[in-house]
Design a protein around this ligand. Structure first.
Ligand code: ATP
Length: 266
């Protein structure tokens, strides 16, 4: 019960092409994870191409870090294990050693696997001094020990991918174990257009709608904010139809739904 999800790659249902923008991030993740997992034989010679055991995705909330982790598992053909820092520290009282060992031995059996640790700062945050709970400290140390203990044959096939909005809270020892840190930024206007196009590709939109106008009006929005805006826009025609029905206006069906008017949001 400390694992929030275990999903085989065929069932994840998200690919990199479903993620708007973030092209550089996808490229880096493909180089660091997809290639070594798909073509391990290319990484056996010499010492230079060391497998990367840990990657940190950091950046503002809602920018697609979780989505990237899932899509990466699809791209790499890896099983996806997801754990959430704050859930773990509240649930894993006492049994730190047993549970972390179980997690990593389970991962070895499922390899290739991506262990996604959301809110990694809660699990592996900086040493909290006297105020820190003993169980949190023990959990962090056990997690790092089990992670270090991965046999070298597994290290190419088990990757810990941490995500956080608070990178400065991470413990130095943890930072060292996440040698590749990737910033997942808020989208600029051009990238907001790309993301909006993904959400709206199946929708029936008013012909006067201009993507660039909405993109310009949504400065500072994350991918998640843009999604919520599109959901709100899609909901309006449904509400209107229900109101018309209530007023007894004719016999409305789903096919009479008005197209999405995103201009209302500009
Ligand atoms: P948090 O830091 O709050 O956990 P996060 O960075 O992990 O956020 P996600 O949970 O991946 O963000 O994103 C939330 C939702 O926003 C996703 O399920 C997805 O629908 C949408 N989203 C965010 N960014 C993008 C993007 N670039 N392309 C497509 N969808 C996106």
């Amino acid at each position: 019960n400390f694992i929030s999800a275990v999903v085989p790659p065929s069932e994840i249902g998200v690919k990199f092409e479903d993620i708007g923008a973030l092209e550089d991030v996808k490229k880096t993740l493909n180089e660091l994870v997809t290639l070594p997992m798909r073509r391990p034989e290319l990484f056996t010679r010499g010492n230079l191409l060391r497998p990367c055991k840990g990657i940190l995705l950091f950046g503002p909330p809602g920018t697609g870090k979780t989505l990237l982790a899932k899509a990466l598992a699809t791209e790499a053909g890896a099983n996806f294990i997801s754990i959430t820092g704050s859930t773990i520290t509240s649930k894993w009282f006492g049994d730190a050693e047993k549970l972390t060992k179980a997690l990593f031995s389970f991962a070895s059996k499922l390899a290739p696997v991506i262990i996604f640790v959301d809110e990694v700062d809660s699990l592996l945050g900086a040493r909290g001094g006297a105020s820190e709970h003993e169980s949190t400290r023990r959990m962090r140390n056990e997690f790092m020990a089990a992670w270090d203990g991965l046999r070298s044959k597994d290290s190419q096939r088990i990757i810990v991918l941490g995500a956080t909005n608070r990178p400065f809270d991470l413990d130095d020892a943890v930072i060292r174990r996440l040698p590749r840190r990737i910033y997942v930024d808020l989208p600029n206007s051009e990238n907001r257009i790309k993301i909006l196009k993904i959400f709206l590709q199946q929708e029936n939109i008013e012909s006067s709608f201009r993507y660039d106008e909405l993109a310009n009006a949504t400065d500072g929005y994350s991918g998640s904010d843009l999604k919520n805006l599109c959901i709100a826009a899609a909901y309006r025609p449904v509400q209107e139809l229900l109101e018309e029905e209530k007023r007894g206006d004719g016999n409305k069906t789903a096919s009479s739904l008005r197209s999405l008017n995103l201009n209302d949001f500009i």
